[in-house]
Ligand binder design. Structure first.
Ligand SMILES: Cc1cc2nc3c(=O)[nH]c(=O)nc-3n(C[C@H](O)[C@H](O)[C@H](O)COP(=O)(O)OP(=O)(O)OC[C@H]3O[C@@H](n4cnc5c(N)ncnc54)[C@H](O)[C@@H]3O)c2cc1C
Length: 439
């Protein structure tokens, strides 16, 4: 293991403080950014809280549109889920079908456009700001069971009906082992519009672009309170920002606006390991088309190759504060079930990060008051969604709510318990899904 850290301790100790956690991504940062902490009083058009994809993307969209923005981060830019995730760029958002049903045919086009909006924004920014983040296209949903393969075929039928058949390719049970070098799956559906990237380098690249255009970024500046009013005031230990608007983008790491969000949003931890570089030949045998891979279980395993040929393998979902004794051991078993040929391959990095879970899985995108907006809870599917959300936040600041309302009008399930006890309730629910995955 790198840095002599036992895997789960790397999460507990490294991630509690200012530095990025001991991930493969942190070890391969290509841009070191550093920003001061907030001291004293600032005035802005918009104060954004949280510098993950949602916050950075919101800030960048706003500054491109001429707003004066202050961005406050309790640790470092990209410290949260955005700097630690699987890097899988997957279209759509969780709860999409429910929103489709809620809003009916009228909103169908708007919702299907939203599903790919994050992809478009990322591609535009990578090009415009020359962000080096290993962006690569190609992704496959894989079926572990016949039932799931039938679902993929039905899904393909729907895509064809909507004129999207050209974007995908069904992989038959006979062919899947050629595509992925494993007999663990019975089929798959490839999409060349989805893909994968180095999330921390993307987040840092976007923050750099935002700062270059005048966004004031403050790190090491946890927000303690938001005072609502005509000009809301955001308070940190050593400073205050008054702004016309506030955007809350703290996802599973934040505890602000508890009465409104506390029993709606629950943190869960998911984990990733990165092997040593596999070498060109082995990497090509395992994944010749360099696809990002995600299985179809309710608690999925997901994996891909990094730019330097490591296997990045993620999975598990933990609602309690208790970490597994060894992330490496817990994930290694799952990795070897897919690729037994990696029995002797070393694991170099192991880490975890928090995702925000919403009971009905519809992202929490809406208003806490007339000038305080929030966007969080993408249920582990946020690389694309967070970028779409950044644009929705910027629109709301400008007084346009059409796309925000697609989400804000959804009825959410408020659990009777918040915090740890609510997490335990959800853990019971997840146990049900885990058992269902075994069918
Ligand atoms: C291990 C893992 C794997 C994942 N894999 C994928 C994947 O492959 N594909 C995919 O689409 N999604 C994936 N996700 C989900 C995705 O990473 C998230 O949905 C997305 O990054 C959320 O972005 P965000 O900016 O909303 O939140 P975050 O990135 O968590 O950022 C929130 C930020 O707010 C800061 N903050 C919180 N409270 C305060 C406060 N009071 N004051 C100041 N700052 C504060 C935090 O420090 C943090 O930096 C994964 C997540 C994890 C953890």
């Amino acid at each position: 293991m790198h840095g002599n850290q036992p895997d789960n301790q790397a999460v507990a100790s490294n991630c509690g403080a200012a530095p990025h956690c001991g991930s493969y991504y942190a070890a391969t940062i290509n841009k070191t950014l550093s920003f001061p902490s907030l001291q004293g009083e600032r005035r802005a058009d918009v104060c954004v809280i949280g510098a993950g994809f949602t916050g950075v993307s919101t800030a960048l969209t706003l500054v491109e549109r001429g707003y004066k923005v202050v961005l406050l981060e309790q640790h470092r830019v990209g410290w949260g889920a955005s700097g630690r995730n699987g890097g899988q760029l997957i279209a759509g958002f969780t709860g999409q079908e429910k929103l489709q049903k809620l809003h009916g045919q009228e909103a169908a086009q708007l919702i299907s456009h939203l599903a790919y909006r994050g992809h478009e924004i990322i591609a535009e920014r990578v090009e415009k700001y020359h962000i080096d983040c290993d962006l690569s296209y190609g992704y496959i949903d894989v079926a572990s069971k016949r039932r799931q393969y039938r679902e993929l075929k039905e899904w393909l039928g729907e895509l064809v009906q909507h004129g999207l058949g050209d974007e995908v390719e069904l992989v038959s049970p006979e062919r899947i082992s050629d595509v992925l070098g494993t007999h663990a799956y019975v089929g798959g559906l490839i999409s060349m519009r989805n893909g994968h990237l180095h999330p921390l380098n993307l987040c840092l690249g976007e923050a750099d672009a935002a700062a270059a255009q005048g966004v004031e970024i403050y790190e090491g500046s946890p927000v303690l309170d938001i005072q609502h009013g005509d000009t809301p005031v955001v308070t940190t230990a050593d400073g205050r920002v008054s702004a016309d608007f506030v955007v809350l983008a703290g996802n599973a790491y934040q505890r602000l606006e508890r009465p409104r969000l506390g029993k709606l949003l629950f943190p869960a931890t998911t984990y990733i390991v990165a092997t040593e570089p596999l070498g060109e030949e082995l990497a090509r045998r395992l994944n010749p088309s360099d696809l990002a891979v995600c299985d179809m279980n309710d608690i999925p395993d997901y994996f891909r190759l990094s730019a330097d040929g490591r296997l990045l393998f993620g999975g598990l979902c933990n609602f309690t504060a208790r970490e597994p004794r060894s992330i490496q051991a817990a994930l290694r078993r799952r990795l070897l079930a897919v690729y037994p040929q990696l029995e002797d391959t070393r694991i170099d990095y192991a880490w975890g990060g928090k995702i925000g879970i919403v009971v009905n899985r519809i992202p929490l995108i809406g208003r806490a008051s007339k000038n305080v907006f929030y966007s969080l809870g993408y249920c582990g599917h946020g690389v694309n969604t967070s970028h779409m959300a950044g644009e929705i936040m910027a629109e709301a600041v400008a007084g346009t709510f059409e796309r925000m309302d697609v989400f804000d009008k959804a009825r959410h399930v408020r659990l009777p318990l918040g915090g740890k006890l609510g997490g335990h309730l959800l853990a019971l629910g997840m146990l049900y899904y885990r058992l269902r995955d075994l069918r």
